[in-house]
Design a binder for this molecule. Structure first.
Ligand SMILES: [Mn+2]
Length: 252
C-alpha cells in the first residue's frame, strides 16, 4: 500500500471533529499527516487535541499557527499577549486545562490580573511565565516549541497563514516568519506562481479556498483533510471536494 500524505487544516480545540475526520479518512500509522497549525483555542477540547496529537503513531509534520505563537510569546514572558490570547479563544483553552478563566481579567492599566483568592496582582513577565508553566504540562510546552513555521516538499509548500506575497519560497522566513504565521493581507488575491502550490489554513471559510496557486483548508466549522495523492478534500461533516487539476487555467 502506498504511503498517503494527508494535510489537516485548523483544529481549534474541536477534538470530536478531529476524531471523526481521522475515522472518515481511515487514518493508519503508515499515513503521514501534515498539520497546518492552530490546534488550540475557541473549541472546547484544546487539551484533548494536543494529547491526541502527541499519541499519534507514525511520523508527522506539525506547523505553527498564530494561536500557538501567542502561547509561546506568553511562555517567554510577554504579558501584552494575555489580551490576544484570552479575547481570541484562550478562555476555552484554559477551561480545557482545568483553569478557571474568570481568575484572569483586564484592568485599566492594560494588564491582566490573576486572582488567587487572596491577592490581585499585575502579571509581570516572570509571573506570566510561571502561570503558563502551571497551566500547560511540560510535554505540551515541548510540542508548541517544536512546531515549524513552514514545510516544503516537492510541488507543495505548507504553512499556517500563507506566504509573504511575491517573495520566492527559498527566501520565506529568512528575515521573519511573521507572514507565514499571521498572514499577509495581499496573499488571498495573489496569483503568483511560486513553483509549488501553497497549502495553508488561517482564513476560515464555509468551503475550502481553491485556486491555481493555493489551497486553503480552514473551515468555519469542523476540520478538513486534503489527500495529496487523490487531490481530494474530506471534512469532518463527511463533505468531499475533488480538486480537478486537469482543467486548464482559470479559477476553480
Ligand atoms: Mn485558525
Amino acid at each position: 500500500m502506498s504511503r498517503r500524505t494527508l494535510v489537516i487544516g485548523d483544529i481549534h480545540g474541536q477534538y470530536n471533529e478531529l476524531i471523526r475526520l481521522l475515522e472518515e479518512v481511515r487514518f493508519s500509522p503508515s499515513d503521514r499527516l501534515v498539520f497546518l497549525g492552530d490546534y488550540i483555542n475557541r473549541g472546547p477540547g484544546s487539551r484533548d487535541v494536543i494529547d491526541l496529537l502527541l499519541s499519534l503513531e507514525g511520523e508527522h509534520v506539525f506547523l505553527r499557527g498564530n494561536h500557538e505563537e501567542v502561547v509561546l510569546r506568553l511562555l517567554s514572558g510577554e504579558p501584552e499577549y494575555w489580551y490576544t490570547w484570552l479575547e481570541y479563544g484562550g478562555r476555552e483553552c484554559l477551561k480545557s486545562y482545568g483553569v478557571n478563566p474568570d481568575g484572569i481579567y483586564f484592568n485599566h492599566n492594560g494588564y491582566y490580573l490573576y486572582d488567587d483568592g487572596t491577592t490581585v496582582r499585575v502579571l509581570t513577565p516572570e509571573e506570566t511565565i510561571s502561570l503558563m508553566h502551571r497551566i500547560f504540562p511540560p510535554e505540551h510546552i515541548r510540542f508548541f516549541n517544536r512546531t515549524l513555521p513552514f514545510y516544503h516538499e516537492g510541488g507543495f509548500f505548507f504553512c499556517h497563514a500563507g506566504v509573504e506575497t511575491g517573495l520566492p519560497l527559498s527566501e520565506q522566513a529568512i528575515y521573519t516568519d511573521y507572514f507565514l504565521i499571521w498572514g499577509d493581507e495581499e496573499f488571498l488575491g495573489d496569483e503568483t506562481d511560486y513553483g509549488a502550490r501553497i497549502i495553508f489554513g488561517h482564513y476560515h471559510s464555509e468551503v475550502p479556498l481553491i485556486s491555481d496557486n493555493k489551497i486553503g483548508l480552514a473551515l468555519n466549522r469542523g476540520v478538513a483533510a486534503l489527500d495529496l495523492q487523490e487531490m481530494l478534500i474530506i471534512d469532518s461533516d463527511r463533505r468531499r471536494v475533488k480538486i480537478d487539476s486537469t482543467l486548464p487555467s482559470g479559477r476553480r
